[in-house]
Design a protein around this ligand. Sequence first.
Ligand code: FES
Ligand code: FE2
Length: 369
Amino acid sequence: MNRSTENQAIPELPRRRQVRTIGLSGNYWYVVEVDGKLKPRQVKRVRFWSQDIALFRDAGGKLHAVEDRCPHRQLALSQGFVEDGNLVCTYHGWKFDGCGRCTDIHHELGKGRSKLPKIRIRTYPVKAQWGLIWLFPGDPALADSVPLPTIPQLEGDKPWPFFPIDVTIRSHFSMIVENVCDFNHEYLHRHKRPFLQPTLREWKQDGDSVRVYYDTRFDGSPVAKLFMEGGARDLNEIEIWYQYPYQGSDIGGKYIHWLFMLPEDECTTRCFFVFLFGPIHIPILNWKMPEFLRKPILWFTNKWYIEPLLGEDKWALELEQDGFERYPDAPQIELNPAIPSFQKLSLEKWKAYQQSSPMDDPKPATDPA
Ligand code: FES
Ligand SMILES: [Fe+2]
């Protein structure tokens, strides 16, 4: 598709109300935490679409994820603690292993009861990859057959280093998809100038992905001027994708970003951004940055430029969510012809997920033997 073939009338989106309230399919892997932020014997609560999950790492470093609800009195297990391979509820001390089995009720065993009742809580497949913790919130039987996204820059002997940026935004995930894929919000960043004079050239849907291409310039930002090869003056296009449920972009194969969204609920989305920089140069000299300086420069760039830049997006997105809640039935005047493609894809995937065999939440099985 291109702009010349598209009807130039301003379309209103009757599906807006639906799009702003649907979830993301649970049958994908979602980043729920940065790996280094969960130490052995630590437990944290994470959320996927209003499901609270206790994510913990046992003493041996193995990851586990169970529903964040003690079946005894419904306390949050994430408020408990980890003891060897078990998560211990803080109230009466019931213990649960990583398979969700209750392994000890110390106030019962040996005190008139010789055997534990069979009690089990729901568990979730979880694993670490690229310094991120991934969780599969949907049908666990599908987890092994669903791949993580393909990121060649993070594979091989010399994966590109990065520091993930973890930002929680009080807005629906669909607004974030549209923010990332719609460069017409150049105005919001008029002082930081990450991209200049963007023009949408093309967009296309290919299966579960929508790809958009902008002609634009990148030589206006201080990061480009200081650290990007040749001040980024030879880079003049970007490919951005919504590869359900992930997003990413590629500037000339040299500067890549991924966004892994965790939809916590209808108006809260935790975002894990991964910015991958290929060539980094020494300012003024334009010599290749020595390898040992790459990581400090990336850390500095995140703190000095990228995180404040994302702060501008967060600010606008939270205002957009606020506007939606105040005027839920107001039509959205949409001028970017690619936006309906993102919305359609999100709606189709959500409907398919809802129609797929519903998950049976394993209720705690009790056997009062
Ligand atoms: S509420 Fe968890 S052990 Fe009693
Ligand atoms: Fe932005």
